[in-house]
Design a protein around this ligand. Structure first.
Ligand code: G
Ligand code: MN
Length: 289
């Protein structure tokens, strides 16, 4: 019992340090944005494409090292900080990339090219009734062409918040944005819910892809997800394409896009200091379930 309590206290004090670090990171911009390219598997489509997913990283305040999201996101979720983090990502990305997105979109319109930038949304954000307004305001404020925006929602988040997820998807699809269902295949009844979610992209979970060459079950799962996705008119993306062998296999299966270390590793997005907002002006977020 005593041992348990001592451990619990230790755990709590380390959690408090993390919460402080996350709050400070929001105020002083210790978070940073990375991007990872998503490439078409068909080499004939290699005409101008700029397609990437925006990834979040945290810079440790003392060591300066980059901390991966698995380390702080579960805590941020537990302490209700994800809405603030998602909003920080959107504002920082729009403020720093807005001009580039407008230019690239205009170029694509002329040349028949393609550009799309995926931003991940948490369950807390999907449930935040004021998020829809916030996103409309930000798109307007930074004059982002809605057609370049894709929002990634994990399958589990979409299913546990189905009504709100569908409402959000419909609202921004009307404006021209796209949606991607992330980590697909991990849920208990993935296929059953797919029909209810009006998404554009299906991201096949990396756990099926990374061992696809050695594991026949992973191969069969990937084939099935890809086929169902295509029948429903969705584009498919394989995550964790770690080498050329995997790329060749998913190309053979007809998966549309590939993302992973074998295509490109995540790289930092350059954000000019002048585009960093010292403290985001935000009302406290109220969520209703
Ligand atoms: O599970 P999820 O899709 O959220 O994972 C995204 C994370 O996986 C990113 O933070 C990214 O750094 C990492 N990642 C990206 N490509 C690869 C890959 O090819 N292999 C592995 N193991 N991780 C990857
Ligand atoms: Mn994913």
């Amino acid at each position: 019992m005593q041992v348990y309590q001592r451990d619990r206290t230790l755990e709590q004090s380390s959690e408090i340090k993390w919460i402080e670090q996350i709050n400070q990171a929001l105020e002083e911009n210790h978070f940073c944005l990375y991007y990872q390219s998503i490439a078409p598997t068909n080499p004939d489509l290699s005409h101008f494409q700029e397609h990437y997913e925006v990834l979040l990283r945290l810079r440790d305040r003392t060591t300066g090292k980059i901390i991966p999201p698995m380390t702080f996101i579960p805590l941020a979720e537990r302490y209700n900080l994800m809405q603030l983090i998602d909003r920080w990502v959107i504002t920082t990305l729009f403020a720093s990339q807005g001009a580039h997105y407008r230019q690239t979109y205009a170029d694509c319109q002329k040349s028949g090219g393609f550009c799309l930038y995926t931003i991940n949304l948490s369950g807390a954000t999907i449930n935040d009734d004021r998020f829809i307004n916030f996103l409309h305001e930000q798109i307007e404020l930074y004059q982002i062409p809605p057609q370049v925006l894709c929002f990634g929602i994990t399958e589990t988040v979409a299913i546990t918040n189905l009504t709100k997820a569908v409402a959000l998807i419909n609202e921004f699809k009307q404006l021209g944005c796209s949606f991607a269902l992330d980590d697909f295949g991990m849920g208990m009844s993935s296929f059953g819910y797919l029909k209810k979610l009006p998404v554009d992209y299906l991201k096949i979970d990396g756990s099926f892809i990374k061992d696809i060459l050695a594991d026949s079950t992973d191969l069969a799962m990937t084939e099935a997800i890809n086929q169902v996705g295509h029948v429903m008119g969705l584009k498919t993306i394989a995550e964790f394409v770690e080498n050329n062998g995997i790329l060749a296999k998913i190309r053979e299966l007809g998966v549309d896009y590939a993302q992973g270390y074998g295509i490109a590793t995540p790289r930092p997005l350059v954000i000019p200091q002048s585009n960093l907002i010292p403290t985001l002006v935000m009302e406290p977020v109220v969520s209703s379930k």
